[in-house]
Design a protein around this ligand. Structure first.
Ligand SMILES: Nc1ncnc2c1ncn2[C@@H]1O[C@H](COP(=O)(O)OP(=O)(O)OP(=O)(O)O)[C@@H](O)[C@H]1O
Ligand SMILES: [Mg+2]
Length: 283
Protein backbone atom coordinates (compact mmCIF):
# COMPACT_ATOMS: atom_id res chain seq x y z
CA UNK A 1 0.00 0.00 0.00
CA UNK A 2 1.43 3.36 -0.94
CA UNK A 3 1.84 5.72 1.96
CA UNK A 4 0.04 9.03 1.91
CA UNK A 5 2.23 10.25 4.74
CA UNK A 6 5.70 8.85 5.25
CA UNK A 7 7.74 10.28 8.10
CA UNK A 8 11.21 8.81 8.35
CA UNK A 9 13.38 9.28 11.42
CA UNK A 10 12.19 12.82 12.00
CA UNK A 11 13.51 14.94 14.82
CA UNK A 12 12.34 18.47 15.56
CA UNK A 13 14.35 20.51 18.01
CA UNK A 14 13.39 23.94 19.19
CA UNK A 15 15.83 26.21 20.90
CA UNK A 16 16.58 24.17 23.95
CA UNK A 17 15.82 21.07 25.87
CA UNK A 18 14.40 17.78 24.76
CA UNK A 19 13.41 17.47 21.10
CA UNK A 20 9.71 18.16 20.54
CA UNK A 21 9.68 15.20 18.14
CA UNK A 22 12.42 12.66 18.60
CA UNK A 23 13.42 10.24 15.83
CA UNK A 24 9.85 9.45 14.82
CA UNK A 25 8.96 7.28 11.87
CA UNK A 26 5.34 6.94 10.85
CA UNK A 27 3.41 5.78 7.82
CA UNK A 28 -0.21 6.72 7.19
CA UNK A 29 -2.00 4.98 4.36
CA UNK A 30 -4.64 6.62 2.19
CA UNK A 31 -8.06 6.47 3.81
CA UNK A 32 -6.88 5.92 7.36
CA UNK A 33 -8.40 7.69 10.36
CA UNK A 34 -5.70 8.14 12.97
CA UNK A 35 -5.94 9.54 16.49
CA UNK A 36 -2.82 10.98 18.08
CA UNK A 37 -2.88 11.05 21.86
CA UNK A 38 -0.44 11.78 24.65
CA UNK A 39 0.15 14.20 27.49
CA UNK A 40 0.65 17.91 27.06
CA UNK A 41 4.05 18.68 25.58
CA UNK A 42 4.54 15.20 24.13
CA UNK A 43 4.87 16.53 20.59
CA UNK A 44 1.43 15.94 19.08
CA UNK A 45 0.97 19.39 17.59
CA UNK A 46 4.55 19.44 16.40
CA UNK A 47 4.01 16.15 14.58
CA UNK A 48 0.83 17.45 12.99
CA UNK A 49 2.53 20.67 11.93
CA UNK A 50 5.35 18.69 10.33
CA UNK A 51 2.82 16.72 8.26
CA UNK A 52 1.01 19.94 7.36
CA UNK A 53 4.17 21.63 6.19
CA UNK A 54 3.71 24.32 8.82
CA UNK A 55 7.00 23.35 10.37
CA UNK A 56 10.18 21.71 9.14
CA UNK A 57 12.08 18.84 10.68
CA UNK A 58 15.54 19.42 12.10
CA UNK A 59 16.46 16.08 10.57
CA UNK A 60 14.71 13.25 8.78
CA UNK A 61 12.29 13.33 5.86
CA UNK A 62 8.59 14.04 5.49
CA UNK A 63 6.88 12.78 2.34
CA UNK A 64 3.20 13.53 1.74
CA UNK A 65 1.31 12.40 -1.35
CA UNK A 66 4.56 11.39 -2.98
CA UNK A 67 6.28 14.73 -2.40
CA UNK A 68 9.24 15.38 -0.11
CA UNK A 69 7.91 18.43 1.69
CA UNK A 70 10.83 18.98 4.05
CA UNK A 71 12.92 20.19 1.12
CA UNK A 72 10.35 22.59 -0.32
CA UNK A 73 10.88 26.34 -0.25
CA UNK A 74 8.28 28.66 1.23
CA UNK A 75 6.32 28.99 -2.00
CA UNK A 76 6.41 25.28 -2.68
CA UNK A 77 5.31 24.60 0.86
CA UNK A 78 2.40 27.02 0.60
CA UNK A 79 1.28 25.41 -2.65
CA UNK A 80 1.58 21.98 -1.11
CA UNK A 81 -0.66 23.03 1.80
CA UNK A 82 -3.21 24.56 -0.50
CA UNK A 83 -3.50 21.42 -2.58
CA UNK A 84 -3.17 18.62 -0.08
CA UNK A 85 -3.89 19.78 3.46
CA UNK A 86 -7.04 20.76 5.28
CA UNK A 87 -6.21 21.93 8.77
CA UNK A 88 -8.64 22.44 11.62
CA UNK A 89 -7.05 24.24 14.53
CA UNK A 90 -8.18 24.27 18.12
CA UNK A 91 -8.94 27.96 17.99
CA UNK A 92 -10.05 27.83 14.35
CA UNK A 93 -7.73 30.59 13.10
CA UNK A 94 -10.36 32.21 10.91
CA UNK A 95 -9.46 35.33 8.99
CA UNK A 96 -11.35 37.92 11.00
CA UNK A 97 -11.21 40.59 8.30
CA UNK A 98 -12.87 38.37 5.73
CA UNK A 99 -16.51 37.40 5.64
CA UNK A 100 -17.54 33.83 6.34
CA UNK A 101 -18.02 33.24 2.61
CA UNK A 102 -14.58 34.59 1.76
CA UNK A 103 -12.96 32.52 4.49
CA UNK A 104 -14.21 29.46 2.61
CA UNK A 105 -13.83 30.78 -0.92
CA UNK A 106 -10.20 31.76 -0.52
CA UNK A 107 -8.80 28.26 0.07
CA UNK A 108 -11.02 26.89 -2.70
CA UNK A 109 -9.44 29.38 -5.08
CA UNK A 110 -5.96 28.81 -3.75
CA UNK A 111 -6.31 25.08 -4.29
CA UNK A 112 -6.65 25.75 -8.01
CA UNK A 113 -10.42 25.54 -8.50
CA UNK A 114 -11.48 27.99 -11.18
CA UNK A 115 -13.78 30.89 -10.37
CA UNK A 116 -17.14 29.26 -10.89
CA UNK A 117 -16.05 25.99 -9.39
CA UNK A 118 -14.55 27.67 -6.34
CA UNK A 119 -17.68 29.71 -5.74
CA UNK A 120 -19.92 26.67 -6.21
CA UNK A 121 -17.84 24.65 -3.81
CA UNK A 122 -17.83 27.38 -1.18
CA UNK A 123 -21.59 27.80 -1.52
CA UNK A 124 -22.20 24.11 -1.15
CA UNK A 125 -19.98 23.76 1.88
CA UNK A 126 -21.63 26.74 3.54
CA UNK A 127 -25.02 25.19 2.94
CA UNK A 128 -23.96 21.72 3.96
CA UNK A 129 -22.54 23.05 7.22
CA UNK A 130 -25.61 25.21 7.81
CA UNK A 131 -23.77 28.51 7.87
CA UNK A 132 -24.96 29.99 4.59
CA UNK A 133 -27.04 32.53 6.46
CA UNK A 134 -23.85 33.93 7.93
CA UNK A 135 -21.97 34.11 4.69
CA UNK A 136 -21.78 37.90 4.67
CA UNK A 137 -21.01 38.17 8.37
CA UNK A 138 -17.55 38.43 9.89
CA UNK A 139 -16.39 35.56 12.07
CA UNK A 140 -16.31 37.74 15.17
CA UNK A 141 -20.08 37.68 15.55
CA UNK A 142 -20.42 33.90 15.34
CA UNK A 143 -20.71 31.45 18.20
CA UNK A 144 -18.01 28.88 18.88
CA UNK A 145 -19.90 26.13 17.10
CA UNK A 146 -20.58 28.34 14.11
CA UNK A 147 -16.96 29.38 13.89
CA UNK A 148 -16.02 25.76 14.00
CA UNK A 149 -18.29 25.02 11.06
CA UNK A 150 -16.62 27.80 9.10
CA UNK A 151 -13.26 26.31 9.99
CA UNK A 152 -14.38 22.91 8.74
CA UNK A 153 -15.76 24.36 5.52
CA UNK A 154 -12.50 26.18 5.01
CA UNK A 155 -10.46 23.05 5.67
CA UNK A 156 -12.49 21.11 3.11
CA UNK A 157 -12.68 23.82 0.48
CA UNK A 158 -9.59 22.73 -1.41
CA UNK A 159 -10.57 19.05 -1.53
CA UNK A 160 -7.57 18.10 0.56
CA UNK A 161 -6.09 14.62 0.46
CA UNK A 162 -5.65 14.77 4.20
CA UNK A 163 -7.46 16.57 6.97
CA UNK A 164 -5.43 17.34 10.07
CA UNK A 165 -7.29 18.41 13.19
CA UNK A 166 -5.55 19.59 16.35
CA UNK A 167 -7.84 19.26 19.37
CA UNK A 168 -10.80 20.26 17.23
CA UNK A 169 -13.37 19.67 19.96
CA UNK A 170 -11.35 21.24 22.76
CA UNK A 171 -13.40 24.42 22.84
CA UNK A 172 -16.79 23.00 21.96
CA UNK A 173 -19.82 21.89 23.88
CA UNK A 174 -20.39 18.16 23.68
CA UNK A 175 -23.20 18.34 21.09
CA UNK A 176 -21.13 20.43 18.70
CA UNK A 177 -18.16 18.20 19.35
CA UNK A 178 -20.23 15.14 18.49
CA UNK A 179 -21.36 16.70 15.26
CA UNK A 180 -17.76 17.49 14.33
CA UNK A 181 -16.87 13.89 14.99
CA UNK A 182 -19.66 12.71 12.71
CA UNK A 183 -18.42 15.07 10.02
CA UNK A 184 -14.90 13.74 10.29
CA UNK A 185 -16.25 10.22 10.04
CA UNK A 186 -18.17 10.99 6.90
CA UNK A 187 -15.19 12.61 5.34
CA UNK A 188 -13.19 9.52 6.09
CA UNK A 189 -15.91 7.30 4.68
CA UNK A 190 -15.61 9.34 1.51
CA UNK A 191 -11.94 8.45 1.33
CA UNK A 192 -10.29 11.45 2.99
CA UNK A 193 -7.44 10.57 5.30
CA UNK A 194 -7.79 12.03 8.77
CA UNK A 195 -5.29 12.60 11.54
CA UNK A 196 -6.78 14.06 14.69
CA UNK A 197 -4.93 15.09 17.82
CA UNK A 198 -7.13 14.61 20.83
CA UNK A 199 -7.09 14.16 24.58
CA UNK A 200 -10.52 12.57 24.37
CA UNK A 201 -10.45 8.79 24.53
CA UNK A 202 -13.98 8.55 23.17
CA UNK A 203 -12.91 10.40 20.03
CA UNK A 204 -9.73 8.36 19.71
CA UNK A 205 -11.70 5.14 20.00
CA UNK A 206 -13.74 6.13 16.97
CA UNK A 207 -10.69 6.37 14.75
CA UNK A 208 -9.45 3.04 13.52
CA UNK A 209 -5.87 3.64 14.56
CA UNK A 210 -4.53 5.15 17.76
CA UNK A 211 -1.04 6.50 18.25
CA UNK A 212 0.26 7.57 21.62
CA UNK A 213 3.16 9.96 22.04
CA UNK A 214 5.38 10.60 25.05
CA UNK A 215 8.42 12.88 25.18
CA UNK A 216 8.49 13.33 21.43
CA UNK A 217 8.31 9.63 20.61
CA UNK A 218 5.58 7.31 19.49
CA UNK A 219 5.23 4.80 22.29
CA UNK A 220 2.22 2.87 21.02
CA UNK A 221 0.64 2.51 17.60
CA UNK A 222 -2.28 0.15 17.18
CA UNK A 223 -1.41 -0.27 13.51
CA UNK A 224 1.86 -1.87 14.48
CA UNK A 225 -0.05 -4.85 15.85
CA UNK A 226 -1.49 -5.85 12.51
CA UNK A 227 0.26 -4.18 9.60
CA UNK A 228 -1.65 -4.47 6.37
CA UNK A 229 -4.77 -5.60 8.18
CA UNK A 230 -6.26 -2.18 8.67
CA UNK A 231 -9.63 -1.42 7.18
CA UNK A 232 -9.57 1.27 4.59
CA UNK A 233 -12.08 3.44 6.40
CA UNK A 234 -12.94 4.00 10.01
CA UNK A 235 -16.54 3.11 9.37
CA UNK A 236 -15.62 -0.11 7.67
CA UNK A 237 -15.06 -2.24 10.74
CA UNK A 238 -17.70 -4.00 12.78
CA UNK A 239 -21.28 -3.22 12.16
CA UNK A 240 -22.67 -0.91 13.23
CA UNK A 241 -19.63 1.25 12.72
CA UNK A 242 -18.11 2.35 16.02
CA UNK A 243 -18.35 6.01 15.32
CA UNK A 244 -17.41 8.04 12.31
CA UNK A 245 -19.75 7.56 9.44
CA UNK A 246 -23.25 7.65 10.81
CA UNK A 247 -25.54 10.59 11.37
CA UNK A 248 -25.25 12.22 14.77
CA UNK A 249 -27.92 11.32 17.27
CA UNK A 250 -31.26 12.85 16.43
CA UNK A 251 -30.38 13.68 12.87
CA UNK A 252 -32.07 11.68 10.16
CA UNK A 253 -30.03 10.26 7.33
CA UNK A 254 -30.68 10.27 3.65
CA UNK A 255 -31.46 13.78 2.46
CA UNK A 256 -30.04 13.71 -1.02
CA UNK A 257 -30.81 17.35 -1.73
CA UNK A 258 -27.36 18.35 -0.61
CA UNK A 259 -26.58 21.99 -0.45
CA UNK A 260 -30.11 22.97 0.48
CA UNK A 261 -31.42 21.75 3.82
CA UNK A 262 -28.72 19.19 4.35
CA UNK A 263 -27.60 18.64 7.91
CA UNK A 264 -24.04 17.73 8.70
CA UNK A 265 -23.96 14.06 9.41
CA UNK A 266 -26.19 12.87 6.62
CA UNK A 267 -24.03 10.39 4.86
CA UNK A 268 -22.28 11.47 1.71
CA UNK A 269 -25.07 13.86 0.80
CA UNK A 270 -23.46 16.83 2.49
CA UNK A 271 -20.16 16.28 0.72
CA UNK A 272 -20.60 18.26 -2.43
CA UNK A 273 -17.44 17.43 -4.30
CA UNK A 274 -18.95 14.46 -6.09
CA UNK A 275 -21.03 16.90 -8.09
CA UNK A 276 -18.43 19.33 -9.28
CA UNK A 277 -19.02 18.63 -12.91
CA UNK A 278 -22.65 19.70 -12.68
CA UNK A 279 -21.72 22.80 -10.74
CA UNK A 280 -19.09 24.06 -13.05
CA UNK A 281 -19.70 27.58 -14.24
CA UNK A 282 -22.68 28.06 -11.97
CA UNK A 283 -21.65 31.40 -10.53
N1 LIG B 1 7.41 27.06 18.53
C1 LIG B 1 8.00 26.45 19.57
N2 LIG B 1 9.11 26.96 20.13
C2 LIG B 1 9.73 26.34 21.15
N3 LIG B 1 9.28 25.20 21.71
C3 LIG B 1 8.19 24.65 21.21
C4 LIG B 1 7.49 25.23 20.12
N4 LIG B 1 6.42 24.44 19.82
C5 LIG B 1 6.46 23.42 20.69
N5 LIG B 1 7.51 23.54 21.53
C6 LIG B 1 7.87 22.59 22.58
O1 LIG B 1 7.88 21.31 22.02
C7 LIG B 1 7.30 20.37 22.93
C8 LIG B 1 6.13 19.68 22.25
O2 LIG B 1 5.10 20.66 22.04
P1 LIG B 1 3.74 20.32 21.32
O3 LIG B 1 3.03 21.60 21.16
O4 LIG B 1 4.02 19.54 20.09
O5 LIG B 1 3.05 19.39 22.39
P2 LIG B 1 1.55 18.82 22.40
O6 LIG B 1 1.68 17.36 22.61
O7 LIG B 1 0.80 19.31 21.25
O8 LIG B 1 0.98 19.46 23.75
P3 LIG B 1 -0.52 19.98 24.10
O9 LIG B 1 -1.32 18.75 24.39
O10 LIG B 1 -0.33 20.81 25.31
O11 LIG B 1 -1.03 20.76 22.93
C9 LIG B 1 6.92 21.14 24.16
O12 LIG B 1 7.94 21.01 25.11
C10 LIG B 1 6.83 22.57 23.68
O13 LIG B 1 7.15 23.46 24.69
MG1 LIG C 1 -0.80 20.59 21.01
Amino acid sequence: MDALVQISNVTKCYDSGHPAVDAVSLMVAPGEAVAVMGPSGSGKSTLLNLIAGLDRPSSGTVTVAGQRIDVLGETGMAKFRQRQIGMIFQFFNLLEDLTVADNVLLPAQLSGLRGGQARARADELLAALRIERYQDAYPGRLSGGERQRVAIARALAGEPAIVLADEPTGNLDSATGASLLALLGELNSGGTTIVVVTHDHAIAARMHRQIEMLDGRIITDTAAAAPGQRPRHAAGEDSPPPGPGGPPPGEPAGNEAAGQQTEPGQGAAWMPWARHQEQEGSS
